[in-house]
Design a protein around this ligand. Structure first.
Ligand code: HEC
Length: 196
């Protein structure tokens, strides 16, 4: 009897979970339907420009006057997945190979302590960008310096400490502006540990 009882409990729990899933699911608006205000998008764009986020978060190409500019086709899509990740022979940080390697890093890859970190894809691509992030996750990522607000620490040189001093309004505006960009499918590689 006890067994039958627990089976029934499990079954009813499953039913409750299923029903609440449907109810909650129906109440959630798909992200695309959220009407962002033009004012917020403007504020967000101004913050992104002011902080030069695109210098680190976009691959650079040569502009009309020869100076590097963010590649408009890959704007804010982070370190390109197809760029070869260099390795340092024996991790000797004074070797000529290491020096050459440091020289060749572009603004989407940064050497920090014993790591090479790669800037994130901040376009609204569902699989490789922030397409499935909620506003709250975005704001908490910046405020806590943790991926999606709870996971791994975000490392230098991402200036999250400074950015965490922006107001909620400004951070939400940045999120809303980023959500208006063209999604770019680009899986940024995980950071590379150089030596332990
Ligand atoms: C100096 C370079 C630099 C600048 C400027 C910069 N970032 Fe970053 N950002 C990075 C790097 C590098 C990472 C990845 C760090 C890591 O992997 O730990 C990152 C990570 C992030 C993440 C975390 C993504 C994730 O998947 O957890 C967010 C969000 C972010 N940046 C937003 C911004 C915004 C918004 C701005 C401008 C307001 C900005 N960044 C400016 C370099 C920069």
């Amino acid at each position: 009897m006890r067994n039958v009882g627990s089976v029934l409990t499990v079954v009813s729990l499953l039913v409750i979970t299923f029903v609440s899933f449907i109810v909650v699911g129906c109440n959630q608006k798909p992200a695309q339907e959220v009407a962002y205000s033009p004012e917020r998008i403007e504020i967000g764009e101004a913050v992104v420009e002011g902080w030069n986020c695109s210098f680190c978060h976009s691959p650079q190409i040569k502009g009309p006057d020869g100076k590097p500019i963010p590649d408009p086709k890959r704007f804010m899509s982070g370190h390109p997945a197809d760029e070869k990740i260099p390795t340092v022979p024996d991790m000797v940080i004074t070797s000529p190979e290491w020096m050459e390697f440091l020289d060749n890093l572009d603004s989407t890859a940064w050497a920090t302590d014993n790591l090479i970190v790669f800037s994130a894809n901040l376009t609204p691509d569902d699989d490789t960008g922030i397409g499935t992030w909620t506003e709250t996750e975005f704001v908490e990522t910046i405020r806590e310096g943790r991926h999606r607000g709870i996971e791994r620490r975000i490392k230098y040189p991402m200036p999250w400490q400074e950015l965490s001093e922006l107001s909620d309004e400004e951070l939400l505006s940045v999120y809303e502006y980023l959500m208006t960009l063209s999604p770019v499918s680009n899986e940024v590689p995980p950071s590379v540990v150089l030596f332990r």
